[in-house]
Each structure stands twice: as C-alpha cells, then as structure tokens.
Design a protein around this ligand. Structure first.
Ligand code: 26Q
Length: 822
C-alpha cells in the first residue's frame, strides 16, 4: 500500500508539474525563466482548477441524475479568504504541488502569499457562511451558496499616525482564477415602478407590477471543494449589469422621466460591500442589493426545479430548502410569494404553504441597533408589490394572533411586522420568523435569549419554531491548513482522520500529562510564535520575545466586544511597572487585529488609542520588554491564519449577553490558546467542554448584568472606588500618550463616565485584571500551561462546523448526502 501511495504521489507530482508549466505557457503566455511569483501562483491555480472543474462537473451531473433535495444558503456575505491552499489540501494534492513547484525552483508558501483574500464579508457572519459551505461539500450534501459578487469586498485598512484609513479592496484587479462566469444563467430583476390592479374574467383580482427599471444579474460561480475532493459544490455570486433597456410600459404611461430618475445605475448594485456590521445602515442601495441577489437566486432555483418538474409545484418543498443568513435575505419571502401568486397564479394559501415550508432563518444578534427595519415608504418606492404582499402577510398573521389572544391589541402591536410611529417601519426579523418554519440562534445562551427576550410571543405562539444550532468552524482551514506543524504532531499521535471527525482529538487527552508530548506541543507553539514575531517585525518594526505570552484579541472593533477593557488593563499594567520597576509579571505581548466600521467614531477612537498607547509602551525603556503592544493592520482571514496558531491567550471579553456566539474563540482554543473570557455566547459551551480549570472565566454573567442594569448602573461608583481605574481613565485625558495633544483620547473616558458605560467596562474591570493575574501565574508553571493548552485542543471536537451542519440537517433541512464518484 505504501509503495502504491508513493508511486501515486510521484505521478500526481509529475502530472501537476506539467500542468503548471502548460498553464505558464498557454494561459499566462510566459515561461519558467520569466515568471514571477504572481505568474506561478496563477499557473498553479489554473492547474488546480482543472481538477476542481472536473469534480464540479461530476457533482452537478450526479445531483441532477439523483434529483436531490438541496439546501440553498442565502447570505449577503461569504468571507472565503484564500482558496489555493484550501483546494490543494481538500484535494489531497498539497504535498504533490509543493514538491512539483520545488523542482521548478519555486516555494509554494511564497506563491500562496500572492493570492488576495476574497473578503466578501464583514466578520463572523460571513466567515460562518464560508465554513458552512466547506462542511456541506465535505459531508457530500447537495448545497449551493447564493450571494453577491461585490466588486470591492471589505475595505483594506491602513494605519496612519495611529488612525484607521480605509482603502478600496480590489480582489479582482488581476483576475480571479477560481470564478467562472455563467452568461447562460443570467436573470433579470425589476425595481421601482407601480402596481396595477386588474380584474380577471373569473372575477379574481390580479396584480401586475410595472417596474420602472430592470437590471441584469450575471452569475459567477466559485467551486467549493469538500475535504477528500469528491463533492464540489458551488457558491453562486450575482453581479449586476445594465439590462440595456428600461420598462416600456412606464414609458408609454408617460412615466419616462420618472423611470429615468429612479433608474439606479445598474452597475452600482454589486459595486461594494457595506462595511457596517451590527448596525443597520438603512440605505436604499443596501435594500436594492438584498433584493437583487434574492430575486436572482430564487429565479435560479425555480428555473432548475422546472427543468426537472415542469409546472408541477407539488414537489417544490421536497426539493428546496432555503436558509436565510440573518434577515439580510428576508425580502426573499415576499419575493417567492410574488412569483407564486402573481406569476404562477397559485392561490394565496397554497403559495404561503410553500413559502413556510421552504424558508428557515438564523438570527445572529440581539443588539437592537442591528435588527433590520426598512421604512415602508422606501419599500413602497423600490418594491411596491412586495410592500403590498408584506401587508397581506401581516393582515392574515394578525388574524392568527387574534385567535390566540382575542382582543389583545398590545400583543398585536408587539408582533406586527409593521412598527407604527412617526415613520412606518417594516421589521425584517418579524417577517423572517413568520415566513420560516424554523428559526435558530447560534449558541445555547443566545438561543435562550432569542426565545426569552427577542421573540417571546412568537415562542408562545409557535413553541417548536425557535431552536438552537451552535456555530462551528472548519478544522480543515482552522487547524490543518493554518497550523501544519501542530497537525503533523496530532497525526502522529492519533492518526490522520481527525479533520473529518474532530471528536477524535480527545485521543490527545491521554498525552496531556506526558512530558515529551507537552514539550513537543509547546515547541510547535514556539515555532508559530516565531513566525508571527517575524510578521510583527516586518510590518510594525516591533521586536517581540517569543518567550513572552502572546495575548491576542482579533475581531471587529466594537464597544460590546470591549477592546477598550483590554486597553485599560494594558495601561494599568504599564502604570504598575512605572510605579514599581520590579513589578513581577511574565513578559507579555498584547496583539490586536480589528477593523472599525468607517462611520463608527468611538470604534475608530479606540483603534487610535491602542496605537498611541502601543507607541509609548514599546518605546519606554523602563518597561524592559515586560510589555509590548502590537496592532496589526488590515485584519483579515489570511492574517488570522497566521495569528491564531501563534496565540497563547485568547481574549473573549464581550459584555455578557451581547456576543451571539463568537467563532474566533473556537479557532483560538482549537490551536491551543487558553481563553480569558466572560460567560457569553459560545464561551459558555467552550467552558463546559474544557472544564473550568482550563479556562479563565471572569465578570458579570447575563443575569448579573441585567440586575445591575435594573438597579441602576453608575460607572462613577467604580471610578471613585477603584484608584487604579481612576488613574488610568484620568491618564487618557493628559497628553502622555499623544504629546502636545491633550484630550486626543478623551472620548473613551467620556463614553465610560459621561455616557454611562453602556457595556459595563468599569463594572468588569477589577474581575478582568484579577483573571489576568491568574493567567500570568498559570503561564509560569510551564507543565501546567502545556497541559491546559493540550486539553483545549483535545476538547474542541464539538465546535467543528460539520457538527453544526449535521444539526441543521437533522433539525431543519432534512437532507440526505449524495455520493459522487471520484
Ligand atoms: C445590516 C444592515 C445594513 C448593513 C449591514 C448590516 C450587517 C452586516 C453584517 C449587520 C450585521 C452583520 C454581521 C453580523 C455578524 O457578523 N454577527 C456575528 O455572527 C457570528 C456568526 O453567527 C457570531 O458568532 C457573532 O457573535 C455575531 O456577532
């Protein structure tokens, strides 16, 4: 067997080599001597893509012949990152490619750095979608991801004099080797205009939407390779283009000028990803983006269904399930109703019966400012027929509410899709719950709060609708690909099957106390820390010691995630060192990565403050390398892949009740980092898995936050009672960190004192500082730390996205796998 594997490896290698050279010549028009890293990267991708497309063709044929039920994952974001390494790994061709290139004098690791990240997402929600489509393909489930082909993904972040500057992301400037345009599947999408009411011969009222504008949706397909390389599913992203004409009915009705005025530039629809996460922008273009990709995707699904089943709608709900990734695609619900009622002439009840068997909705947030609402007036203008349909859905739903709670108007006000007020608003969350057969939160505690606080009346009305599916991450990217030395060590101990069955990692537990294994495990960590130290040196010119504790906080910048709590503690440590030069602490490097939404002033101020405090500390000789602070610019998937394997400590310090799940917490723990965290989101489930001895939990829990809120929280109490808190906050007001510019950091102090500290930073400060002391003590006991780190890796099995997907399959989607022959 070994000999056969070896000879297979040889032939993969030589096949791959000749295919790379062929593409260098025939696709790129260059040769081995002239090619730079970029050309080598493209040729290698092209060689890979040949095999990927073969897999795609076989998969699509197999799914078609078997007439499979499929899940359609609707998401405004897919944060894919880089694909070359992933595709090579999943096809089992990584080593063959590396060796082939080596023989050509090229380092695979170097050319992989040429690939721009596909950053078509903001953060957690977009990356979750990417992990999910990886798991779906790996588990051989028929699935398709539907989203938007943004020309510009999330902005590139530069730091100038400590402040964030946004630059456009241009991931496709030099072409994207993975995507295939499918002009044969173009769809048309209508916008604006008016609705005409007609009376059919049978006396039935007929509605006809006369759009003011029509745009084209052009599908671009990205193949999604499952681990093992058998199933290759598709991510279909829609790019908007001008359709070349506008609606002639409007013209004939004398609406020529109106139609022109409302005619959005078609190309702008898919031009740019909105960079706000967790805040509702309320912009027309954002609504148009959402409708655009939902309408294209639904029409695509229906075209495929009709190819197999003609006009017989009876099997639609057997074949199709659609998962809505948050409310961003919720407009799909009235769109499907419109297609069924207005176009296919189904009666309302029949159409509604179909809708409510097709859609399921995932909620990712409880933050009120993140719950999507659209002004009814805006909907009326852009999607007049959809607004009518929403009113009809609501009207019928209100009758149902009245049956359950006769005459109770307060219940109706609470549950209505329409929020009355100075401006009528359409609540997309309510529409999603009403139009879906299942609604899930993303971690146990979050799902409990969705039931108890966000949608309690819905839960009373439909007790089986609300459920939980705890998030997960793909161990292929977040351990095997990003941390090769740890993966090899694990392979040696427990075999190579863990990427498909992550519970197998528990096999490491028996070595948790084994001194040799502990040493090997920590050596790998040290090696990864060295690589990150090099990166920090290269980008920031900061020298960091790999013997220091690498303490990492990586996530979007947001008050609820409390990067400023981390910052205040860093300042407190700095102050302790200045007051006592012998202050006893193990050297620590605090490392940050975070983008702030461009319009989020305080978030940008916190980035500025971290950088200013970092400058001062890093240059202060009195600190004697006990403390370093590094803010790595332009945090993104490919940077995460370098930071996560090198982390000792994982900061998960959100205000209890605010972080729906978190997924970075899982990635860091999987790579042997210990969590310092609050009892929030999936931290709670991580703590359950690893045990309380192997995690540093601190601070108020959800109930305590609630109690404090109720009895009246006054941050001044903490300011005056805790001299360290006072000193650190007052420090922010001086010009110590911003010489000559006193007050440059004052907005942080103001938010914590004058604006009431809405995220309880001061309330949790002391508990956090105490927990950090425990981290310090624990790290000094090398054996104990190694044991804890190993246990963390060993106990992360639950958090594979394969388990999340299996939960969705069993509780929601009811899908069967479909084997594709290789
Ligand atoms: C909404 C309207 C207009 C413009 C933008 C948006 C918008 C965009 C992105 C709102 C929210 C987001 C992203 C939310 C997000 O990433 N949520 C995270 O989802 C993760 C996956 O479930 C969780 O782990 C995190 O806890 C949650 O914060």
């Amino acid at each position: 067997i070994k000999a056969k594997a070896q000879s297979d490896g040889q032939s993969y290698k030589s096949d791959f080599k000749s295919s790379i050279i062929r593409h260098l010549h025939c696709t790129l028009g260059t040769d081995e001597n002239k090619a730079n890293n970029h050309a080598w990267w493209k040729a290698t991708c092209a060689a890979m893509q040949e095999r990927v497309l073969e897999g795609l063709r076989k998969t699509q044929k197999t799914h078609y012949l078997n007439d499979t039920r499929a899940v359609h994952y609707f998401s405004a974001e897919f944060l894919m990152g880089r694909l070359l390494s992933n595709n090579l790994q999943n096809f089992g061709l990584y080593d063959a490619a590396a060796e082939a290139l080596k023989e050509l004098g090229v380092e695979l690791a170097d050319i992989m750095e040429e690939e721009p990240d596909m950053a078509l997402g903001n953060g957690g929600l977009g990356r979750l979608a990417a992990c999910f489509i990886d798991s779906l393909a790996t588990m051989e489930l028929p699935a398709i991801g539907y989203g938007i082909h943004y020309e510009h993904g999330l902005f590139r972040q530069e730091i100038k004099s400590g402040a964030q500057i946004e630059r456009p992301d241009s991931w496709r400037d030099f072409g994207n080797p993975w995507e295939i345009c499918r002009p044969e599947s173009i769809q048309e999408v209508s916008l604006f205009g008016y609705v005409e009411t007609k009376y059919g011969d049978n006396g039935r009222i007929q509605k006809e939407w006369h759009p003011g504008s029509i745009v084209k949706g052009v599908p671009w397909d990205i193949p999604v390779v499952g681990y093992g390389g058998k199933t290759v599913n598709v991510l279909r992203l829609w790019k908007s283009e001008s359709s070349g004409y506008f609606n002639w009915d409007v013209f004939n009705a004398g609406g020529y000028v109106d139609a022109q005025r409302e005619n959005v530039q078609a190309e702008t629809i898919s031009k740019v990803l909105y960079p706000n996460d967790e805040t509702e922008a309320g912009k027309e273009l954002r609504l148009i983006q959402q409708y655009f990709f939902c309408s294209c995707s639904l029409k695509d699904i229906i075209r495929r269904y009709k190819r197999a089943h003609g006009d017989d709608w009876s099997r639609f709900t057997d074949q199709v399930v659609i998962q809505l990734n948050d409310t961003h695609p919720a407009i799909s619900i009235p769109e499907l109703m419109r297609i069924l009622v207005d176009r296919a002439a189904l009666d309302w009840d029949k159409a509604w019966g179909i809708c409510t068997k097709v859609f399921a909705y995932t909620n990712h947030t409880l933050l009120p400012e993140a719950l999507e609402k659209w002004p009814a007036r805006m909907l009326e203008k852009i999607l007049p027929r959809h607004l009518e349909i929403i009113y009809e859905i609501n009207h019928r739903f209100m009758a149902e509410v009245d049956k359950k709670w006769p005459g109770d108007t307060s219940k109706k006000t609470k549950l209505s899709i329409i929020e009355e007020g100075s401006e009528k608003m359409v609540r997309m969350g309510h529409l999603s719950v009403i139009g879906s057969f299942k609604v899930n939160g993303v971690a146990e505690i979050h799902s409990r709060l969705v039931k108890q606080n966000l949608f309690p009346e819905f839960n009373e009305l439909w007790p089986d609708k609300l459920t939980n599916v705890t998030n997960g991450i793909t161990p292929r990217r977040w351990l095997k690909a990003c941390n090769p030395p740890l993966s090899r060590l694990i392979d040696k101990k427990i075999g190579e099957n863990w990427p498909l069955d992550l519970k197998k990692l528990e096999g490491l537990l028996e070595y948790a106390d084994n001194k040799t294994f502990q040493k090997q495990f920590m050596q790998v960590k040290q090696q990864n820390k060295q690589l990150l130290a090099d990166e920090i040196k290269n980008t920031l010119n900061i020298d960091v010691d790999v013997n220091a504790i690498f303490d990492v906080q990586i996530k979007r910048m947001h008050e609820y995630k409390r990067q400023h709590l981390n910052l205040l503690h860093i300042m407190a440590l700095y102050r302790r060192i200045l007051e006592n030069p012998d202050y006893d602490m193990h050297p620590r490097v605090f490392i940050f990565g975070a983008k702030a939404a461009p319009g989020y002033k305080l978030a940008k101020d916190i980035i500025f403050a971290i950088n200013k405090v970092a400058d001062k500390i890093n240059q202060d000789p009195r600190v004697k390398n006990k403390l370093k602070v590094a803010f790595l610019p332009n945090y993104r998937v490919s940077l995460a892949e370098k930071m996560i394997p090198a982390s000792d400590v994982s900061e998960q310090i959100s205000t209890a009740g605010k972080e729906a799940s978190g997924t970075g917490n899982m990635k860091l723990a999987l790579n042997g980092a210990l969590t310092i965290g609050t009892l929030d989101g999936a931290n709670i489930e991580i703590a359950e898995e690893v045990g309380e001895d192997n995690i540093f939990i601190f601070g108020l829990n959800v109930d305590e936050v609630h109690e404090l809120q109720e009895k009246g929280y006054n941050p001044h109490d903490y300011y005056y009672r805790d001299p360290e808190i006072k000193a650190v906050l007052d420090w922010l007001e001086t010009d110590y960190f911003t010489p000559g510019k006193p007050g440059a950091l004052v907005s942080i102090k103001q938010s914590l004192l004058d604006y009431g500290d809405p995220y309880f930073v001061l309330a949790d400060f002391r508990a956090y500082a105490d927990a950090q002391e425990k981290v310090d003590k624990a790290y000094r006991d090398k054996d104990r730390w190694a044991r804890m780190a190993i246990i963390n890796t060993a106990k992360m099995g639950k958090f594979t996205s394969d388990r999340s997907i299996q939960d969705y399959v069993e509780r929601i989607w009811k899908l069967q796998p479909c084997t594709v022959d290789k």
